[in-house]
Design a protein around this ligand. Sequence first.
Ligand code: HEC
Length: 194
Amino acid sequence: MSLLKKALLGSIAPILLSGMLLAQVASVSASDGQTSYAKYTADNELLRPVNYREWVFIGASVTPNDLNDGSPAFPEFHNVYIDPASWAHWQKTGKFRNGTVIVKELVSVGSTAAPSGKGYFPGEFNGIAAMVKDSKRFADRPENWAFFGFASYEAKNGNIQADESCSSCHKANAAEDMIFTQYYPVLRDGKPGK
Ligand code: HEC
C-alpha cells in the first residue's frame, strides 16, 4: 500500500469509527425524524440512557437529607446532563429541541467534612430520573416534555410519571420551558445572545 493510501486510510478510519459509535447511542427516534438519544420499549418506557456521564454536565443542585427532615423528594446531589446534540442546538438557538434528553443522576452525601472544610461531599450513586421533549410522541404532555421515573438505580427502563407528580411543579416554577435554568449557569452561559 502506498504511503499516501495509508495516510488517507489513517485519517478516514477514526471518522468512520466515531460515526459508528455515535450511531449506537444517537439514532433517529424523535417522532419528527430528528436524531435523539432517547430509546423506548414497545410500550413507551424509556430505556435507561447509556453513556450519559459523557454528555454535557450542566449542574449539581443538592437537597441534603439533613436539611429536609430526612426525606427530600430527590436525595441528595442531583448531577444533571444534557445530550450533546441538544446542547449544540441550545448553543445555536437557546431552545430545547425535539428529542432533548436530560438525565438527573442522584448521588448520596457521603460525608459532611473533608480536608477542604465542612460541607456536603458526594458518596454513592443511588438513582436516576429523566425528561424527554418530543412534540409528537408526547403531544399531550405539558410543553411536550415527558418525565420518567426509574424504580431503582439498576432499573433498565423508566416509566412516564403522572403530571401531578412531576410536570406540574416544573411548569409552575422552572424558568424556561420546564427546565430550571435558574440553577444551571452552564445553560445560561451557553445561550446565544445572553
Ligand atoms: C415540587 C417540585 C418538583 C417536583 C414535584 C419534581 N421536580 Fe424535578 N426538579 C425540581 C427542581 C427545583 C429542580 C432543579 C433543582 C434540583 O435539582 O433540585 C428539578 C430538576 C429536575 C430535573 C433536571 C432538569 C431540570 O428541570 O432542572 C429532572 C430530569 C427532573 N427534575 C425530573 C423530575 C421527575 C421525573 C419528577 C417526578 C418524579 C420531578 N422532577 C418532580 C422540582 C420538582
